[in-house]
Write a protein that binds this ligand. Structure first.
Ligand SMILES: Nc1ncnc2c1ncn2[C@@H]1O[C@H](COP(=O)(O)OP(=O)(O)OP(=O)(O)O)[C@@H](O)[C@H]1O
Length: 254
């Protein structure tokens, strides 16, 4: 049974369909890249999977349950496209990461030991153990992105959905993140990764699904990196990156 099964999904904004009849299945433990040009509908599709935008047509099943009846949201870790982790309300990195445990907790109950332990462990995984008590609005853009990744890891998900998680993150830190995600794949977690480039996770990807103008135009072997992009140290200006927030190159995680 797939952990995610999208059938004929259509999503419209103001009457304009930007995701048009997409089929996408992810099996347990499978790692799938979702690729395509800017505006091809990648983020919109995974927002629909996360229940953040409604479907205009088609269906989504999560772990075998129709999305409307699905309740086990703690099984899904979601890293949204870069917006910064700072919400305007001052929160520490640990507070943001602890949000990742909310779906595990019974309403009104204090955090249990597993909830408390997940927070420092996840911050350590992304190399921010020393920043737990820093207000996120004092962190760099790349560090804020890592806080969002830690929040998703803290859920101990069976499906990790990440929307361009390493934009604005330097190459060495990207490699460290790839190791963290690889460990989760080894442990049986499925991954759906929106990306423009196959970076250090390339070898772990089972499939790539490519969207063009809201439709699937490829579902199969990941494309091999070619030319300059094959060089992990190539200079690259990404449309979402501000260019000012490459992090310190050392990742203190495992
Ligand atoms: N909230 C919104 N309201 C109206 N239109 C939107 C909204 N969000 C996205 N769109 C439009 O939907 C289309 C698909 O956008 P989407 O963000 O899903 O693409 P994407 O493939 O993720 O692009 P990118 O690679 O730039 O992140 C684009 O034309 C975009 O302008």
């Amino acid at each position: 049974m797939p952990v995610l099964n999208v059938r004929g999904a259509t999503v419209s904004y103001g009457g304009r369909a930007v995701v048009r009849g997409v089929d996408l299945a992810v099996e347990p433990g499978e790692a799938v890249a979702l690729m395509g040009a800017n505006g091809s509908g990648k983020s919109t599709l995974i927002k629909a999977v996360a229940g953040l935008v409604p479907l205009a047509g088609g269906s989504i099943e999560l772990f075998g349950a129709p999305q409307k009846r699905f309740r086990a949201w703690q099984r899904i870790g979601y890293v949204p496209q870069r917006t910064g982790a700072a919400s305007g309300v001052p929160s520490t990195a640990a507070e943001v990461v602890s949000q990742g445990r909310l779906a595990h907790r019974f309403l009104g109950m204090p955090p249990r030991r597993a909830d408390r332990e997940a927070v420092p462990r996840s911050l350590a995984e992304v190399g921010l153990a020393d920043h737990a008590h820093c207000s996120v609005d004092t962190l760099s853009g790349g560090q804020q992105q890592r806080v969002l990744i830690a929040r998703a890891l803290a859920t101990d998900p069976d499906l990790l959905i990440m929307d361009e998680p390493t934009v604005g993150v330097d190459a060495e830190t990207q490699a460290a993140l790839a190791r963290v995600v690889s460990d989760r794949i080894d442990a049986g977690c499925a991954v759906l990764l929106v990306t423009h480039e196959l970076g250090p996770l390339t070898d772990r990807l089972d499939r790539a699904v490519v969207l063009a103008d809201g439709k699937v135009v490829h579902d199969g072997a990941p494309p091999r990196p070619v030319g300059e992009h094959a060089d992990p140290h190539h200079e690259h200006a990404h449309p979402h990156a501000n260019g000012d927030d490459a992090d310190e190159p050392f990742w203190g995680g495992k």
